[in-house]
Design a protein around this ligand. Structure first.
Ligand SMILES: NC(=O)c1ccc[n+]([C@@H]2O[C@H](COP(=O)([O-])OP(=O)(O)OC[C@H]3O[C@@H](n4cnc5c(N)ncnc54)[C@H](OP(=O)(O)O)[C@@H]3O)[C@@H](O)[C@H]2O)c1
Length: 276
């Protein structure tokens, strides 16, 4: 049975936020491609959702830290049926930079930044050609609080990249009818915290959202046409004010002379002696 919505490919679909996206998108009538390393979990989810919704579901096991596996996913994203990419797979390596294992730091940046970018790159030409489709990038509120890293500096910076990448890519693709949404969850009750060595129960519980609530809010934001969705933020005017303040910097961020407070910038131009 062919689905009216086309196919959504979800990375990190074996657990947490990605597994809930799979559930919600299947119920909306999308066919699915589920990507993660844990094949058994993907198969169990696929079988439940096939029974409950009747949509077509492919399981595509892939370790996105492996270039060959990443290429397999890129190839699948280039097929004509793809209508949506949920760029969700990510890890959080916690702790101060001074003691951080460089290999784990690198793995986090690779997955959260480089792989997410490559997968978006793979899906863009088809979506642009078809003049429709969505790329949902799971960033984090950590990406706008780099000054106060909750998990680690590297994690916050990786999510700041995802936000900047999403906003820029949306500007580039919106003329073609392709939407790019950045989702910025706050603390969400998934296994990510335990995997990163943090007990989520030590966080103030009023700051922790259930995964189903987070994904439902993010999809409601997409339905409302939001390009940046912060599920926990009570008043969207606060985000608008942040963007307005950022935009106001614009005309003054690149000028011929340095600012006066740096001393020499505003000095009168020196006239050079005439060449003899
Ligand atoms: N939980 C939060 O509080 C929170 C807040 C803000 C943003 N986020 C973001 O939300 C996204 C999803 O996180 P989550 O909380 O749902 O975490 P999670 O429960 O740990 O799920 C992470 C998913 O990513 C997959 N994954 C990890 N490494 C992979 C690899 N090398 N190749 C392929 N798949 C891989 C995992 O599957 P396998 O292990 O089977 O491969 C799993 O399906 C992440 O980008 C995270 O940064 C989470």
């Amino acid at each position: 049975m062919s689905q009216a919505h086309g196919t959504a490919l979800i990375t990190g679909a074996s657990a947490g936020i990605g597994a809930v996206y799979a559930d919600r998108l299947a119920r909306r009538g999308f066919d699915l491609v589920l990507v993660a390393r844990d094949k058994a979990k993907l198969n169990a989810l696929a079988s439940r959702l096939r029974d409950e919704t009747g949509v077509r579901i492919e399981v595509l096991p892939a370790d996105l830290s492996e270039p060959d596996d990443t290429r397999k996913v890129e190839v699948r994203l280039q097929a004509d049926d793809i209508a949506m990419l949920v760029n969700n797979a990510g890890i959080a390596v916690a702790g101060p930079m001074i003691g951080m294992n460089p290999e784990r730091l690198n793995a986090m940046i690779q997955l959260n930044v480089a792989v997410a970018t490559r997968l978006a790159r793979a899906v863009v030409p088809g979506l642009v050609q078809r003049r429709k489709g969505d790329i949902i990038n799971i960033a984090s509120v950590a990406g706008i609080r780099g000054d106060q890293p909750a998990i680690s500096v590297g994690y916050s910076a990786s999510k700041a990249y995802v936000l900047a990448f999403s906003e820029g890519l949306d500007s580039e693709l919106s003329p073609y009818g392709v939407r790019v949404q950045a989702v910025l969850p706050g603390a969400t009750r998934t296994e990510l915290w335990a995997k990163g060595g943090i007990d989520i129960n030590t966080l103030p519980q009023e700051a922790v959202m259930e995964t189903g609530d987070m994904v439902d809010a993010a999809l409601a934001g997409l339905d409302q046409g939001e390009r940046v969705t912060i599920p926990a933020l009570p008043d969207i005017a606060d985000w608008t004010a942040f963007k307005t303040a950022r935009a106001a910097l614009g005309p003054n961020l690149s000028r011929r002379l340095p600012a006066e407070r740096y001393g020499s910038g505003q000095a009168a131009p020196v006239s050079l002696p005439k060449a003899s």
